[in-house]
Design a binder for this molecule. Structure first.
Ligand SMILES: Nc1nc2c(ncn2[C@@H]2O[C@H](COP(=O)(O)OP(=O)(O)O)[C@@H](O)[C@H]2O)c(=O)[nH]1
Ligand SMILES: [Mg+2]
Length: 221
């Protein structure tokens, strides 16, 4: 039992060390990194598809999925450079996977990197990838109870993006409740209401991310 705990602690410490190494790597290159966490089907890739025309000249994406490179292909079709990580069985990306990806995926001319984590609101909340911030992506179709049921995902996130708001007229989903519950775990967390279908909220969200990126650049390490 104590051996298991010790090994777990060692693995966590190693993960933390690699994440810090990545953080330094991103900082040195002036790359602002956003780690998107959310359930399967929450609309993470669609959000990036919506942002692609606005960011493709300066941004790239690392896609995490158990299998297939479909998300990478979707983004590349829109001109956004992307790299696919397949975790095979793992339910989250870890720092070593991102470090390996960066050996093959150069970040030339990139100052904004989105990492789309494996679809899951639990494990990705616990793993650092050297990112500047995590963003929780929650769709209106998942049910308005999700921010309350996944408090850690809210707590570790710098903002919550509520996706698919174009579908609200067809659903019983109380967005105000989602906002209240997110704030209960993460006081003051900004919430962006978006639709990849209509484009609603995308500029507002992106401007906020870019503002945060500028603020970080202005802050010494
Ligand atoms: N109506 C609507 N559907 C959306 C929106 N965003 C995503 N979807 C749909 O939701 C499904 C899952 O989207 P995807 O981006 O692949 O989710 P991911 O698994 O989080 O990357 C797809 O069928 C999308 O077309 C949206 O804003 N509005
Ligand atoms: Mg996806």
């Amino acid at each position: 039992m104590s051996k298991t705990v010790k090994l777990e602690q060692k693995v966590k410490a190693k993960g933390h060390e690699i994440a810090e190494e990545l953080r330094g790597f991103f900082r040195d290159r002036g790359v602002f990194v956003v780690n998107l966490i959310g359930s399967p089907g929450a609309g993470k890739t669609s959000l990036l598809e919506g942002l692609a025309p606005r960011i493709k000249a300066r941004a790239a994406a690392i896609e995490g999925d158990l299998a297939t490179d479909e998300d990478k292909q979707r983004l590349e079709q829109l001109g956004l450079r992307a790299y696919q990580i397949n975790t095979v069985g793992a339910c989250h990306l870890d720092a070593a996977m991102v470090r390996d990806a960066l050996k093959k995926f150069a970040l030339d001319h990139v100052d904004l990197l989105f990492i789309e984590n494996v679809g899951n609101l639990v494990c990705p909340a616990s793993f650092e990838l050297g990112e500047d911030m995590k963003i929780a992506v929650v769709s209106v179709t998942e049910g308005d109870d999700k921010p309350a049921k996944y408090p850690k995902a809210m707590r570790v996130s710098s903002a919550m993006v509520v996706t698919k708001v174009d579908l609200l007229p067809h659903l019983k989903c109380d967005v105000e409740r989602m906002k209240r519950d997110a704030s209960a775990s993460a006081p003051g967390i900004p919430v962006f209401l978006t639709s990849a279908q209509t484009g609603e909220g995308l500029d507002e969200f992106l401007n906020w991310v870019l503002e945060r990126a500028r603020a970080r650049k202005a802050t010494p390490a």
